[in-house]
Write a protein that binds this ligand. Structure first.
Ligand SMILES: [Fe+2]
Length: 153
C-alpha cells in the first residue's frame, strides 16, 4: 500500500506523521504473510506509541488554534487508542488479530485522516500566519514536533 495524495492534509508535519499508518499497514502485511506473530506485536507496540504522540500533537495543535471540534476530535482519538489497546491485549493472549487490525487501520486512514483531520487544517493554516507574526508560529510547531517525537523524528 502506498500513500496517495488524497490523504494529504497540506500540513507537512502532520502528513509525515500520518504516513506512519501506511508503514504500519505494510509491516502488518509482511508479518501476516510470514505468520510472524512477534512482528505483529511490534506493529502494535509502534501503534501504542503513535497514539500517544501523534494524537497528543494534533490535540495540542487544535487547542492552540482554537478549533471548535477539538473536544470531539480527541474523543475519536481516545476511542481508537482504546481499540488498539484491546488488540494488544488479545494479541498477547495469543489471538490472531492481524486481519481485524488491518481493517481498523485502513478505515482509520480513509475515515479519520481523509475527513476528520482535514477539517481542522483550515484553522491551523489561518492561525499559522498569526503565530508566525507573533514569533511563536513555526517555532511553536517545530518545538512541539521535537517535544512530541524527539529531534530526529
Ligand atoms: Fe486526528
Amino acid at each position: 500500500m502506498a500513500w496517495t495524495s488524497d490523504l494529504d492534509t497540506g500540513i507537512e508535519t502532520i502528513d509525515q506523521q500520518h504516513r506512519k499508518i501506511v508503514d504500519y499497514i505494510n509491516a502488518l502485511d509482511v508479518a501476516t504473510r510470514k505468520m510472524d506473530s512477534a512482528a505483529v506485536g511490534r506493529v502494535l507496540d509502534g501503534l501504542e506509541e503513535y497514539c500517544h504522540t501523534q494524537f497528543a500533537f494534533e490535540e495540542a495543535l487544535q487547542v492552540k488554534v482554537g478549533y471548535k471540534h477539538a473536544k470531539s476530535h480527541k474523543m475519536v482519538h481516545d476511542v481508537f487508542a482504546r481499540r488498539m489497546a484491546k488488540y494488544r491485549e488479545r494479541h498477547k493472549a495469543g489471538e490472531d488479530i492481524a486481519d481485524h487490525l488491518h481493517e481498523a487501520l485502513n478505515s482509520w486512514l480513509l475515515l479519520h485522516i481523509k475527513r476528520e483531520d482535514k477539517n481542522f487544517v483550515p484553522d491551523v493554516k489561518r492561525s499559522m500566519g498569526e503565530m508566525v507574526k507573533d514569533d511563536s508560529g513555526e517555532d511553536w510547531l517545530s518545538r512541539s514536533v521535537a517535544g512530541f517525537f524527539g529531534k530526529s523524528r
